[in-house]
Design a protein around this ligand. Structure first.
Ligand SMILES: [Zn+2]
Length: 192
C-alpha cells in the first residue's frame, strides 16, 4: 500500500532543519517530545544573587564545586523539570576543536546535545541533570549525569517564532551521592 504524503511529512525522526509549509513546527516539536522525550532537572542560576561560596579573590564561582546550596554554580539557583529530547553526543565545533580546547586527558569527556521547548529560556552556565524518576510517585531516584550548558542555538520557523532550543553541555565530574541527596531535598518546579 502506498504511503500518503502526510505520513512522509510528520515523521518524528525528521532532522532539526526540516521546514514544511503549512505545518506549525512548534506543535510538531511538542508532539515529538511527548512521544520521544524524557524529563531532566534544569538548574537555573539567578546571576544577580551570588552564593555564599563565591570566591571574591578570583571574582568567580568557587573552584570547589561541592557547595550544596548552588550545585557549584556560585549563584542562587532554582530547579525545574523539563521535557526534552537528547541527541547524539558530540561537539558543535567538531572533534578537532574539542581536542584543542581541553587539557590533555580530558578530551574524551562526553558532551551533551539536547532539544528543548521555547519555555526553557536557557543561559550558558546553567546545568542539565539527567535523573531517573520513580514511575509510580514521580519522585527523583538518582542522578545519572550532570552537564554545564556551554552553547545554545535557537531554531525558528518562517516569521521568526521560536520552535526549539538546541543545547550543548559539558559533562561535570561531581560527587553524585551528595548532589543526589541535595536534589531530593530541594523542590523541583514542574515546568515541563
Ligand atoms: Zn554555593
Amino acid at each position: 500500500m502506498p504511503r500518503s504524503p502526510y505520513d512522509e511529512t510528520v515523521r518524528p525522526d525528521l532532522p532539526p532543519d526540516f521546514s514544511i509549509e503549512g505545518l506549525d513546527l512548534r506543535e510538531e516539536f511538542e508532539n515529538f517530545l511527548r512521544q520521544h522525550g524524557h524529563y531532566i532537572v534544569y538548574i537555573r542560576r539567578d546571576t544577580n544573587i551570588r552564593c555564599r561560596c563565591w570566591d571574591f579573590t578570583a571574582n568567580a564561582p568557587s573552584s570547589d564545586k561541592s557547595c550544596p546550596r548552588c550545585y557549584g554554580t556560585g549563584y542562587k539557583v532554582s530547579l525545574e523539570r523539563h521535557l526534552m529530547r537528547k541527541a547524539i553526543t558530540g561537539s558543535p565545533l567538531g572533534l578537532a576543536a574539542t581536542l584543542q580546547s581541553r587539557e590533555p586527558g580530558q578530551f574524551l569527556t562526553p558532551s551533551f546535545i539536547g532539544y528543548f521547548k521555547p519555555l526553557l529560556r536557557p543561559q550558558a552556565g546553567d546545568k542539565v541533570v539527567e535523573v531517573t524518576w520513580d514511575r509510580n510517585t514521580g519522585a527523583l531516584v538518582r542522578i545519572t549525569a550532570m552537564y554545564e550548558v556551554s552553547t545554545i542555538d535557537d531554531k525558528r520557523q518562517d516569521g521568526g517564532e521560536l520552535v526549539f532550543y538546541t543545547l550543548w553541555g559539558d559533562r561535570e565530574s561531581i560527587n553524585i551521592p551528595a548532589k543526589e541527596a541535595q536534589l531530593k531535598i530541594d523542590t523541583v518546579l514542574v515546568v515541563d
